[in-house]
Design a protein around this ligand. Structure first.
Ligand code: PMP
Ligand code: GLN
Length: 368
């Protein structure tokens, strides 16, 4: 979709990346690191100051990790997800994913030789896509080894509530499962929603690999500095897999992210508020253009139903949109194993400057 957007000069609300930079002091710290020769392989688990800063950051949620044995720096959250599955799941095991799911999950489960079982989110009367606890319970069987949970959730923008997370925790404990949680949007939650890490719930720290990344928190998706936190035994397996995926990455960016985690969380709070406004701005614009909009409680994304505009298939809609209206979006069905069920929804990214959003809205209003 990004290639199509480029070809047609479309406003790209498809791929989720911001169009402004992260905190200046963090950018300067990376430049200083390069200038002072931090350009060779960093230590395998990550530079100590970053592991320390990550552990301090996790303690904000009441979870403590030993920076030496329980924190691993990775090449983005993507590598942390792949290394967790490769390290902790055996061929023939089953991994439960919540559908729609971020695209790398299915590929990483396949690379690990495992099988995925998917559990679809369900829509309530208010248009919120929430956890189907009965379906999740039914998806867990004797071969289930792991649950992969993403909250705040891409592509829907759902932030799991405490009671949804309690249900996941109860099932994980009951069936003795490993839980891999992707929390890359942990700071980007709106209105009354709040992010609760699964590892902070009773019985969960010992079985949870918590994954996050600097990309979304500090507007540096291209830096690819991510991390995984888990008890030493689980993390050891993730480290073993990571060693032969990339070994290490991003030497000069690691001290810069450590600096940002320690000193720039106020900047992140401003980012959160601005994204919340952008979410509302795009939601209003989409409604005015004739879409039926689903609620977005966090992340960079909002989903919208294309049926009121006379379309039946979001994939056809998104293929035509760049040429027809000069805007790009992503069909939600590409994040699922059940395209028919999710055919009517498309995802728009709102992590863009207001004038870019306004131009996209102006163009979309020409559709109806
Ligand atoms: N998980 C989710 C839910 C995401 O949206 C993204 C970013 N697209 C990632 C993981 C990947 O993060 P990173 O760029 O740090 O690898
Ligand atoms: N997380 C972003 C998205 O979902 C971008 C990642 C990607 O392009 N693979 O759009």
């Amino acid at each position: 979709m990004t290639a199509l957007a480029t070809r047609h000069g479309a406003v790209n609300l498809g791929q989720g990346f911001p169009d402004t930079d992260g905190p200046v002091s963090m950018l300067d710290a990376a430049k200083t690191a390069i200038d002072s020769g931090v350009n060779q392989y960093p230590p395998g688990p990550g530079v100590p100051e970053l592991r320390q800063a990550i552990a301090e950051h996790r303690s904000r949620y009441g979870t403590e990790y030993d920076p030496d044995t329980e924190v691993l720096v990775t090449v983005g959250a993507t590598e942390a997800i792949a290394a967790s599955l490769l390290g902790l799941v055996e061929p023939g095991d089953e991994v439960v994913l919540i559908e729609p799911y971020y695209d790398s999950y299915a590929a990483s489960v396949a690379l690990a030789g495992a099988t995925r079982r998917t559990v679809g989110l369900v829509e309530d009367a208010s248009g919120r896509l929430g956890l189907d606890v009965a379906a999740l319970t039914a998806a867990i069987g004797p071969r289930t080894r792991a649950l992969l949970v993403n909250t705040p959730h891409n592509p829907t923008g759902t932030v799991f509530t405490r009671s949804e997370l309690d249900a996941i925790a109860r099932l994980a404990v009951e069936h003795d499962l490993v839980v891999i949680t992707d929390e890359v949007y942990e700071h980007l939650v709106f209105d009354d929603a709040s992010h609760v890490p699964l590892a902070a719930l009773p019985g969960m720290r010992e079985r949870t690999v918590t994954i996050s990344s600097a990309g979304k928190t500090f507007n540096v998706t291209g830096w690819k500095i991510g991390w995984a936190c888990a008890p030493a035994e689980l993390l050891g397996a993730v480290r073993a897999a990571k060693q032969f995926l990339t070994f290490v990455g991003g030497a000069p960016f690691q001290p810069a992210v450590a600096h940002a985690l320690r000193t720039e969380l106020e900047w992140v709070e401003k980012l959160r508020i601005s994204l919340q406004d952008k979410r509302s701005r795009l939601a209003d614009g989409l409604r005015a253009a004739g879409f039926e909009v689903r609620s977005s409680e966090g992340t960079y994304f909002i989903t919208a139903d294309v049926r009121p505009l006379g379309f039946t298939d979001g994939a056809d809609f998104c293929r035509a949109l760049p040429e027809r209206a000069g805007v790009a979006a992503v069909p939600v069905q590409v994040f699922t194993d059940h395209p028919e069920q999710w055919k009517h929804l498309v995802r728009f990214a709102f992590c863009k400057r207001d004038e870019v959003l306004d131009e996209a809205i102006r163009r979309l209003r020409g559709l109806s």
